[in-house]
Design a binder for this molecule. Structure first.
Ligand code: 8YV
Length: 329
């Protein structure tokens, strides 16, 4: 039997599925530190990760390893140059999380715009004595302009929901999406600067890459409207969190919603003392149905990539399909 490492606690029934094909080393404890991950992956043929960093050193320590299946659509935890150099396949879990993640983007954006977290904290602190005409005035979603940065599958699912709120949708992306998608979403392609100046609510849904590091920093925040909100459901590092703290304190923008953070889970402590921000612990895809679908898809990828099951040799979501069938180097 081939051996696999499952680096994180996941649904036990998915582990049972994997056990039908593999000898499974399952980490049911805390996140594995790099040295322990390297030690436990060393004799494995495959691994299932969820955001665990996999680079050249880990791959070099595991000469039999042929596939690492990430239970996430984002795979910035994989050094793909190292995967390609060693002919190791990486896989991810796209699509199954689009709708849940888009729902959550709206939840955060609406909570930021309507000051839900901020007012709830105030209420819990026993400060509610009377109704006031100007208590927690926020900004409207309906009829406003939504700016989506990153118009991939999740960005499109997010933009589609704007129809019900009668919002104008503008977007920025590496490249324009197909005209029929633009027409369907009623979305207009604009430059990043234009988007920042015009949008009432900016949502980030782009993958993390070196080029996307600090896509939103002090200069970009300064371009936004003082009434605008910023929501990040993409990746930590796309926003300069220190610059955002400053912009929220000085009311350069009105409010923000963050599900992802630089250095998470050790976030910038200043974020905790800013009232006009909603903070959630990287849970945009966290519904029972979606996390199950992600775990099962990650298992499907691993099983197929290691030549087992009904799709043997044809994993559904290869990131670097060009290495399939090549000898490990
Ligand atoms: C994951 C995510 O839960 O899919 C992604 O890219 O950010 C989340 O859905 C998280 O990355 C853990 O792997």
């Amino acid at each position: 039997m081939q051996k696999i490492l499952v680096a994180r606690p996941i649904f036990p029934d998915v582990i049972e599925r994997l056990k039908q094909y593999f000898d499974v080393d399952w980490n049911q404890g805390d996140v594995l530190p790099a040295d322990e991950l390297t030690r436990r992956i060393a004799d494995k043929d495959g691994a299932l990760t969820a955001g665990d960093p996999i680079g050249a050193a880990v791959l070099a320590a595991a000469p039999r390893l042929r596939v690492v299946s990430n239970m996430a659509v984002g795979y910035n935890n994989f050094d793909m140059a190292a995967f390609n150099a060693s002919n190791v396949l990486g896989t991810n879990t796209p699509d199954v999380l689009n709708e849940s993640t888009a729902d959550f983007g709206w939840a955060l954006m609406m909570a930021a715009a309507r000051r839900i977290a901020e007012s709830e904290h105030w209420l819990r602190a026993g400060q509610w004595q009377k109704w006031t005409y100007d208590g927690f005035l926020g900004s409207d979603l309906h009829g406003s302009t939504l700016g989506v940065i990153g118009m991939g599958r999740i960005g499109q699912a997010l933009a589609r929901r704007a129809k019900g709120f009668n919002m104008q949708v503008i977007y920025h992306n590496r490249s324009r999406v197909a005209p029929e998608i633009e027409a369907d979403l009623n979305a207009q392609y604009v430059s990043k600067q234009d988007l920042l100046r015009r949008a009432d609510h900016v949502v980030l849904v782009l993958p993390y890459t070196k080029e996307n590091h600090h896509t939103i920093g002090a200069a970009e925040l300064a371009m936004m409207k003082p009434t605008a909100t910023l929501t990040n459901i993409a990746r930590g590092g796309i926003v300069d969190d220190a610059a955002l703290v400053e912009a929220l304190r000085s009311k350069t923008i009105a409010a923000a919603g963050l599900d992802v953070f630089e250095g998470e889970p050790d976030l910038n402590p200043d974020l905790l003392s800013v009232p006009n921000i909603v903070l959630t612990p990287h849970i945009a895809s966290a519904t029972e149905a979606t996390r199950r679908a992600m775990a099962n898809l990650a298992a499907d990828n691993l099983i197929a990539a290691l030549g087992e099951g009904p799709r043997a040799g044809q994993p559904p979501n290869p990131i670097n399909p060009e290495v399939i069938g090549k000898a490990r180097s």
